[in-house]
Design a protein around this ligand. Structure first.
Ligand code: TRP
Length: 467
């Protein structure tokens, strides 16, 4: 705990012990399935290079500034996202209704958690498959069949979904510094190491050149309104933005830490992990003609077992790798439900364990729809779900609509309403130029870009319906 700013309210949930604990926790939230599972597969589905470029641009000019705005709101109030926004509206004289940003965020977090834990469950299943030698000398076709077998087994999916939800419950129930801080601190470094091993493998044994070309040669003809929106939405998803997760973590950030530098570090780490994951996966994909780059959500789970099956110590490294993916997902999942839990504790006076139990229970129930999306509901794509399965619909609704909208509202609120003194106190900018740049990005650039991209996609959809 720090006592430098006695006028700064303390969070009742505790404070990270140092700036680095915040960085690790925020990176723990940001780095997850989004980087290792989702980024490679959506890059594969959307043509690679140009898509990656749009994603990187969105990270830099939209994502990082909004992340700073979120931490600003969180640390300023040291409350859960709903209350943090409310405290800020009182300080700045903005309308009370802005607090619905927090409400939308809490809902988005629960929706994401519902499918996130199903996919994290796949990683858990793969830990056990790997350690029992299933992947030794596996062929591309064999790997594909193994993944298909898992999706076609609702009992297994349900079991792993339940296990992962329970794991997340245990961490959030044990509280901020004991639960959340500890996981991040010990696990993140191992994840970086395992990815580095895979990168070296891709370089030595895969088609590294084809992988690099695919990721970094922009082919703009592959870009559609749809893929631009997916890239932008992913910038929000991967940085854990737009729903208050980072705001909730910001509430536990020491007052002495510099927001700008800290967030820049988190953004860079998150982007590096995604790119390295891509560089590890695509060389394997291109070395095995039967794996399609556009294979979809199974891309990671089909491609990597082939690498583990044929590399020295593959059994060990494969087991370690999937365990690390599960851990990365774990430290992210915690941040998906922490805002809802902090809200129930602060506003309803519930005990942490009760709040965590009810929230995790709701996500578990909702998750059954995702489990079913790979089995009985695979062909259930009604018009009222926009012709998506429930899993695809939740993913679309959160990543491409709720998170970007939430993020833009946060940007507008902070950049237009924050009193100068408050900005100075939280950001402590040394140069006026930096502050002007940040406010410019938040006030004009991110709202325009986000709304424009949504409009393009809407226009594209409407003209397709018309055609
Ligand atoms: N960023 C995480 C990932 O890439 C997922 C995540 C955690 C998240 N908390 C979030 C996404 C909050 C959106 C909002 O896997």
């Amino acid at each position: 705990m720090d006592n430098q700013n006695s006028h700064t309210p303390k969070s009742i949930h505790g404070t990270w012990s140092s700036r680095w604990t915040f960085i690790l926790a925020a990176t723990g939230s940001a780095v997850g399935l989004g980087n290792i599972w989702k980024f490679p597969y959506i890059a594969g589905e959307n043509g690679g290079g140009a898509f990656v470029l749009v994603y990187l641009l969105c990270i830099v000019i939209v994502g990082i500034p909004i992340m700073m705005a979120e931490v600003f709101l969180g640390r300023n109030a040291r409350r859960n996202p709903v209350n943090a926004v409310e405290v800020f509206t009182r300080q700045s004289g903005a309308s009370h209704n802005w607090r619905y940003i927090g409400v939308m965020g809490v809902i988005a977090g629960l929706l994401i958690m519902s499918f996130y834990s199903v996919v994290a469950g796949w990683a858990l299943h793969y830990v056990f498959a790997s350690i029992s030698g299933t992947f030794t000398d596996i062929s591309a076709a064999g790997s594909d069949a193994f993944f298909g077998g898992l999706l076609g087994d609702p009992k297994a999916l349900l079991g792993w979904h339940s296990t992962f939800t329970l794991m997340t419950f245990i961490i959030v129930a044990s509280g901020v510094s004991k639960g959340l801080g500890a996981v991040a601190k010990y696990m993140m470094p191992f994840l970086f190491l395992a990815l580095a091993v895979l990168l070296v493998y891709g370089f030595l044994a895969g088609n590294f050149k084809a992988g690099v070309m695919f990721l970094f040669t922009p082919n703009f003809s592959a870009l559609t309104g749809d893929s631009i929106l997916i890239a932008m939405g992913h910038a929000f998803f991967t940085l854990s933005l737009g729903m208050g997760a980072i705001m909730a973590y910001g509430a536990y950030m020491p007052s002495s830490a510099n927001i700008g530098k800290t967030i820049l570090t988190v953004g860079i780490l998150d982007t590096l992990v995604a790119l390295v994951a891509g560089l590890a996966i695509f060389p394997i994909v291109f070395a095995n003609p039967t794996i399609e780059v556009g294979a979809g959500p199974g891309l990671l789970f089909v491609s990597l077992p082939i690498a583990f099956g044929s590399m020295p110590l593959g059994l060990l490294i494969g087991t370690l790798f999937f365990a690390l993916v599960a851990v990365a997902a774990w430290s992210s999942a915690v941040s998906l439900i922490e805002p809802a839990i902090a809200w129930l504790i602060e506003n309803k006076g519930w005990k942490r364990i009760k709040a965590a139990g009810i929230v995790a229970g709701c996500c578990w129930l909702l998750g059954l729809l995702t489990v079913a999306s790979f089995g009985p509901l695979a062909e259930f794509k009604p018009a009222w779900l926009l012709y998506f399965t429930p899993f695809d619909f939740f993913d679309f609704l959160t990543s491409q609509i709720m998170l970007p909208l939430g993020g833009v509202l946060i940007a507008l609120l902070v950049a237009w309403k924050a009193p100068a003194a408050l900005l100075q106190k939280e950001f402590g900018f040394k140069s006026q130029k930096t502050q002007t740049l940040l406010l410019f990005l938040l006030r004009f650039v991110s709202p325009t870009l986000v709304l424009l991209i949504m409009a393009i996609k809407l226009f594209e959809t409407l003209s397709q319906l018309g055609a």
